[in-house]
Design a protein around this ligand. Structure first.
Ligand SMILES: [Zn+2]
Length: 401
């Protein structure tokens, strides 16, 4: 890793600060001299960047290291708790807002259900929710920023939600709206890209350079890491895995096409199937919820799977079959090292992950499945909101992808 030397002076300084901050995060406590050796630039420049980072309360001194002859060096490390950031994960059924420290640890979290609610302008509602959430913090200026993830197509550079049919959003300049109302820097990205950044920055799969993250819950999406960079496509729309066609004789999708994968594996499909099968007299432990007029949720379906409810298992097997077809296509097309399957339907669901592995091993090219595995997300139920926070953290630490 070397520092940036040419270009706009202010930008270079900001980038170099971020690169040094990332080294301190990963290798601290560390001396200024060691950092200078890693980034191959003068100790004076490194020291000046670290002074600026200490002034921003992002870094602090912490004890002394081993002397190599002279004075013992003073070590620096991340100052994780003086500043905070906010991650917001928005999906079709809920909004999760969490405050994080610099190690991406959740400090405070709230969830707001969107079930049975429609908003003509979700951005106004988001602003109100965030204003309430920020009430609990004495020093709002300690907030480094807000990062928000959405399903669908997001232009991360411009901060625009381009296409989200489930929330009825198209070309919403959310970044501008949020910054104008809250006066806090705002970042926006696709939810699955956020989850992939979380895995690369903080998860179990940081070393992998060719990775695919697939989310399955009330939507289906994929984020593709190619040679350590997210493949975003020409207009930022890459990864619309849920809208790849698997059956041209299938149902019409909300995108206008026919037989998209999403219509076979999303939670809405599963929910309708459960209701239909039980209306036709199929026995299931899930009937007790329907009888009590309770909402059938993904969590309750997961519970039924864990209890080996026969109907829940038959339905999940079908979902694994259809998602498996899509995953085989991804494996043969991209030859990834691993595919991480996250999202509410895959979290804490080892049975589902096993079924997917069995299917893809049987149907993918043999050359592509050697040492390959489908694995669960590193963060379980918090993966969505940690993914949201990772969009900002990735920028703050100028991580290598
Ligand atoms: Zn579609």
């Amino acid at each position: 890793m070397t520092l940036v030397r040419t270009g706009d002076a202010k930008l270079i300084r900001e980038l170099n600060k971020a690169i040094i901050l990332d080294i301190i995060r990963k290798q601290g406590p560390i001396s200024r001299a060691e950092i200078s050796k890693i980034v191959q630039i003068s100790p004076t420049t490194v020291a000046s960047c670290i002074n600026a980072l200490m002034k921003d309360s992002l870094v602090m001194e912490s004890g002394t290291g081993v002397s190599s002859g002279g004075r013992k060096p003073i070590l620096v490390q991340l100052n994780p708790n003086d500043r905070f950031l906010i991650g917001v994960a928005v999906n079709a059924s809920k909004i999760t807002i969490a405050a994080f420290n610099l190690y991406a640890n959740v400090q405070k979290k709230i969830t707001h259900s969107l079930q049975n609610e429609t908003y003509s302008d979700l951005s106004d509602f988001l602003i109100t929710l965030l204003q309430d959430f920020l009430e609990d913090f004495d020093q709002k200026e300690d907030c480094l920023g807000i990062s928000i993830t959405f399903q669908g197509i997001v232009d991360a550079d411009k901060g625009v939600v381009v296409y989200n049919p489930k929330l009825n959003m198209s070309n919403v300049s959310l970044k501008d709206k949020m910054e104008e109302a809250l006066h806090i820097a705002t970042y926006i990205d696709n939810d699955t890209n956020g989850s992939l950044l979380a895995e690369k920055g903080y998860g179990h799969y940081q070393q992998a350079k060719n990775l695919i993250y697939v989310t399955i819950g009330d939507g289906v999406g994929a984020s593709v890491l190619v040679n350590d960079a997210i493949y975003r496509g020409y207009l930022g729309g890459a990864g619309e895995f849920g809208h790849t066609t698997i059956n041209f004789n299938g149902p019409i999708c909300e995108c206008g096409n026919i037989g998209c994968l999403e219509n076979y594996v999303s939670w809405q499909t599963i929910q309708s199937r459960i209701e239909e099968e039980m209306a036709n007299g199929k026995k299931s432990t899930m009937s007790m919820w329907l009888k009590d007029n309770e909402q059938l949720t993904i969590e309750k379906f997961q519970q039924a799977v864990l209890q080996e409810d026969p109907l829940a298992l038959v339905i999940l097997d079908d979902v694994a079959f259809y998602l498996g077809i899509g995953l085989v296509n991804l494996i043969n097309l991209f030859n990834p090292e691993k595919i991480i399957v996250g999202g509410e339907l895959a979290n804490d669901n080892p049975y589902f992950i096993r079924k997917l592995n069995e299917f893809v091993l049987k149907h993918s090219l043999e050359t592509h499945t050697e040492k390959f595995a489908i694995l669960p997300s590193s963060f379980g139920a918090d993966s969505e909101v940690i993914g949201a926070a990772s969009v900002l953290l990735h920028d703050l630490f100028h991580s290598t992808i």
